[in-house]
Design a protein. Structure first.
Lengths: 152, 303
């Protein structure tokens, strides 16, 4: 076993990254989780009722959305290029759900909340800070893959 | 051997019979002349009511009942509970659900951070950091699902509180909640295991008390601890081989104080996430308090 990782250096890198990227990343995560939850309460249960489906349908759909979102989040953390192609459609689905619900319901602050949160999520996902963070993770992953390959 | 009685009819009563010494409880009630013959009612945390004993009009004509109530939230005083039981037909669970959000969403964020920075704990976790990361990812995903569930319950509490009660009565929902708690707790368990291992290694190498492990160590103590950690990391290697690798510079001779402190700080960070997971489980009902109340009707209000 070759001892090649300096934990203190790793920790300092981690702390620097945390100060820089944690606010945008954590707020994006929490926004999306809360967005899915409120869509489960409002629009998904409304559609379930409108289509004479049991309320469990809305719960199951919400949980499935959350699972797909978590998969995208883990992919993003591991530096996969396709993570964005999972996270953005989830945000778009949530936006459409919120818009569809607002078309048939009174425009109250509570009903507007999922629309705001999903749009804000897309904004944060496209912010310079978040893009920088994901691009760093991608570079890290590429370097790891390159280092594990034998010399040609 | 199965009795032939459907499980759903017997499980609640069986659980209560195993939890409580019912004959002793009845004897204690009947020993008090003020409540002799009082009915005994059990209400579990999902508002499922089980009448354990009917009221017999011995102490008074008006019914008296001893209420055994499981409370999933924090413990409260007798006066607080009496006030609550007298005033509200259906307790508002908004604050309880909101605290559930804080615990599970905080746990999700910390869980992802721990999963990502699990490599930082490498010297102490004896090469288990990678496995720890996978467990942490699963625990973080479970916490994220719990976060969505808690947020959904809060918005239900604001709009349709009855929906929460309906879902609490569904068996698959209860099973799912327990499963999510279990996965979170497994993550907390692996973290705790790594922490205990680190503390034991430090105690064995330095002979210090558990409260003293954060103090800076001398060169000799650090060298001894490094040898101990390397022995734990390489259980199949003989001591001489480890020594040779140390001399060759492939393994460290001694960790610096900063490295040791970093390891301990990472463990503390993990433990905060683990505490949140356990706290969430307590709130969701795997660990419950029980409150005993006495219900009695009065013809006139007198102090």
């Amino acid at each position: 076993m070759i001892y090649s990782v300096d934990p203190f250096r790793e920790y300092r890198i981690w702390r620097r990254y945390a100060y820089r990227f944690l606010p945008s990343w954590a707020s994006a995560l929490l926004l999306m989780l809360n967005n899915i939850a409120i869509n489960m309460t409002l629009s998904l249960s409304y559609y379930a009722k409108a289509n004479h489906l049991p309320t469990e349908f809305s719960f199951g759909t919400g949980m499935a959305l959350c699972l797909i979102f978590c998969a995208g989040q883990i992919m993003l953390f591991e530096g996969f290029h396709h993570a964005r192609q999972i996270l953005v459609p989830i945000a778009i689905v949530n936006t459409f759900l919120a818009i569809g619900y607002l078309a048939n319901q009174p425009v109250t602050l509570f009903n507007l909340f999922p629309l705001f949160t999903s749009l804000l999520y897309i904004l944060i996902l496209n912010s310079k800070n978040h893009r920088r963070y994901t691009s760093m993770l991608r570079v890290k992953r590429r370097r790891k893959i390159r280092a594990s390959k034998p010399f040609a | 051997m199965r009795s032939g009685v459907p499980d759903a009819h017997t499980t609640t009563r069986q659980r209560l019979t195993s939890l409580l010494d019912l004959p002793k409880l009845y004897r204690t009630i009947d020993a008090d002349p003020a409540i002799v013959g009082a009915g005994v009612v059990h209400i579990d945390s999902a508002y499922q009511v089980t009448v354990l004993r009917e009221f017999v009009p011995l102490c008074s004509i008006k019914p008296k009942r001893v209420i055994l109530r499981e409370v999933a939230g924090p413990a409260m005083t007798a006066d607080q509970y009496a006030e609550l039981a007298a005033s509200s037909p259906r307790e508002s669970q908004l604050w309880r659900e909101a605290s559930g959000i804080a615990a599970s969403c905080g746990g999700a964020v910390i869980g992802y951070i721990v999963a990502k920075s699990g490599i930082a704990a490498m010297p102490f976790s004896a090469g288990a950091s990678l496995a720890l990361s996978y467990a942490a990812y699963s625990a973080a995903t479970a916490s994220a699902l719990q976060c969505v569930n808690s947020s959904w319950r809060v918005s239900n509490e604001l709009t349709h509180p009855a929906k929460n009660d309906y879902y609490d009565s569904l068996s698959w929902y209860q099973a799912m909640t327990v499963a999510l708690d279990g996965i979170s707790l497994v993550g907390a368990g692996t973290t705790t295991f790594a922490t205990v291992k680190s503390v034991m290694a430090i105690k064995r190498a330095t002979g210090r008390n558990s409260t003293d492990i954060l103090r800076l160590m001398s060169r000799q103590e650090r060298a001894k601890l490094t040898t101990e950690v390397l022995r734990l990391q390489n259980p199949r290697h003989p001591r001489e081989m480890i020594r040779l690798k140390q001399l060759a510079g492939q393994l460290p001779k001694r960790y610096s104080n900063l490295q040791l402190r970093l390891g301990i700080l990472t463990q503390i960070k993990d433990q905060i996430g683990a505490t949140l997971a356990v706290g969430g489980s307590i709130y969701s009902g795997n660990i419950n308090h029980i409150v005993i109340g006495l219900y009695e009707e009065f013809s006139e209000y007198d102090l």
